[in-house]
Design a protein around this ligand. Structure first.
Ligand SMILES: Nc1ncnc2c1ncn2[C@@H]1O[C@H](COP(=O)(O)OP(=O)(O)O)[C@@H](O)[C@H]1O
Ligand SMILES: [Mg+2]
Length: 422
């Protein structure tokens, strides 16, 4: 019998692989260890293997290779209903012919609980999601948000120690989604339950989670708390997937400890921190956050490299100013500054110089073209929507969309896709 390697790990994936067809691996050597009480989110584009991982943990799919442990025990031998795991899905999956109360009582009946105890637990679970008055209704008589609350109550009613949620808020409008995000995290912490949450929405992942596992292509690209993920991305995919990010490509010219000089394809040289590169001559994609770009030269270190830039656009956003610059061949270089009393409003057409602290610019791997393409095509540039919300499914069709022919279904985001992608 396999032994847990994580000491106090409550949920553990050990070298887990999954293939549905015996040929392609959709989950590749997944390792993950969660302590009890943690709220962990699996975040990634559609098709990256998130649901598959959740299904293996729940026991509806078996791992092709590797071991999944729950509370120190391998779970292969435990049937799904004996794992004590609550589940919530995007499409609620409430039984339409049962009332709300009957829906909630169902998992308790399966567990052979007596009537009076059942009624008490159903009432408590309904109160927990503020739906105490709705026990007699059928799902069809509830709004989407209310149905999702009932689905949540049903997952919690038998007091599971572990709850799995697969894009549970995907069908709700923005306001309700944000409210439910708050309610779910509050409930999880109050009840002390361990949660594995799946989403493709990075804001949701960052705001709700203790740690986030960023998935791409069946692998965890990085597993870290939200701030670390945003501030210290370990590779180009994570830097691009989480938050807004500027990239420039080039070759490492020299490395000296935690500083390096990158010669960009435009010929310019910049300062960076080597992250995924080890020696001169390696190709790299550097990543710099819009709020870390400095255009006041006096605030840069002595001898810092600077780049010439042309202001292409100025966008007043109230609390911040947003500039689009043309820099070293990148016409979509974004800079954000706080609307402080002394903040300058640069006018389009003006020529400026920009720079940054070496530590704020991360020299990452230069990913292969197809990976870069998939990222761009799989995600609306607003980064809120993935391929499923785009006009058509883009996965596996990297050529489409190159010319901006895809449209996010959300009208207010059409302009994000109006420009050339990739
Ligand atoms: N039941 C299934 N049979 C065959 N292939 C599947 C099945 N479920 C998922 N896949 C494939 O596995 C990959 C990962 O899918 P999934 O885990 O659903 O990703 P995600 O939840 O991240 O969108 C995809 O390529 C998908 O087409
Ligand atoms: Mg999924």
């Amino acid at each position: 019998m396999a032994k847990s390697s994580g000491g106090n790990a409550f949920v553990e994936f050990q070298h887990v692989q999954k293939s549905y067809d015996g040929e392609t691996l959709v989950v590749k050597d997944l390792n993950l260890s969660m302590p009890k009480g943690e709220f962990l989110t699996m975040l990634g584009p559609s098709g990256s293997g998130k649901t598959t991982c959740l299904m293996m943990l729940a026991g509806f799919e078996t791992a092709t290779h590797g071991e999944i442990m729950l509370d120190g025990q391998p779970i292969n031998n435990i049937p799904p209903h004996k794992r004590g795991i609550g589940m919530v899905f995007q499409n609620y999956a409430l039984f339409p012919h049962m009332t709300v109360a009957e829906n909630l009582a169902f998992p308790l009946e399966v567990r052979k609980m007596g009537k009076s105890e059942r009624e008490e637990k159903v009432k408590r679970a309904l109160d927990m999601v503020q739906m105490g008055a709705f026990g007699g209704r059928r799902p069809a008589q509830l709004s989407g948000g209310q149905q999702q609350r009932i689905a949540l109550a049903r997952a919690l009613v038998f007091q599971p120690e572990l709850v799995l949620m697969d894009e549970p808020l995907g069908a709700l409008d923005k306001q309700l989604r944000e409210h439910m995000q708050f309610e779910i995290t509050r409930l999880a912490h109050d009840l002390g339950i361990t949660v594995v949450y799946v989403t493709h929405d990075q804001t949701e992942a960052l705001t709700m989670s203790d740690r986030v596992a960023v998935f791409n292509d069946g692998r965890i690209q990085q597993l870290a708390p939200p701030d670390e993920l945003y501030e210290k991305p370990q590779n180009s995919f994570v830097a691009q997937f989480i938050g807004e990010n500027n990239t420039l490509e080039g070759v490492i010219k020299s490395i000296d400890g935690d500083k390096c000089v990158v010669k960009l394809d435009s010929g310019d040289e910049i300062d960076a921190r080597p992250v995924n590169v080890t020696k001169a001559g390696e190709r790299t994609k550097v990543s710099i956050r819009p709020e870390r770009v400095e255009f006041n030269k006096s605030r840069l270190q002595k001898g810092a490299h600077t780049l010439k830039a042309e202001v292409a656009e100025f966008i007043y956003m109230g609390d911040i100013f947003r500039f689009r610059l043309k820099v070293a061949g990148n016409n979509d270089f974004i800079v954000k500054t706080r609307n402080a009393p002394d903040a300058v409003r640069l006018t389009p057409g003006s020529q400026i110089e920009i720079g940054w602290l070496a530590e704020d610019c991360r020299a990452l791997d230069a990913p292969a073209c197809d990976e870069r393409a998939r990222h761009h095509f799989g995600l609306c540039l607003c980064r809120e929507h993935d391929a499923r919300q785009l006009g058509r499914c883009l996965s596996g069709q990297p050529d489409q969309g190159l010319f901006g022919s895809v449209h996010c279904r959300e009208p207010r985001h059409h302009h994000h896709l109006g420009r050339k992608l990739g």
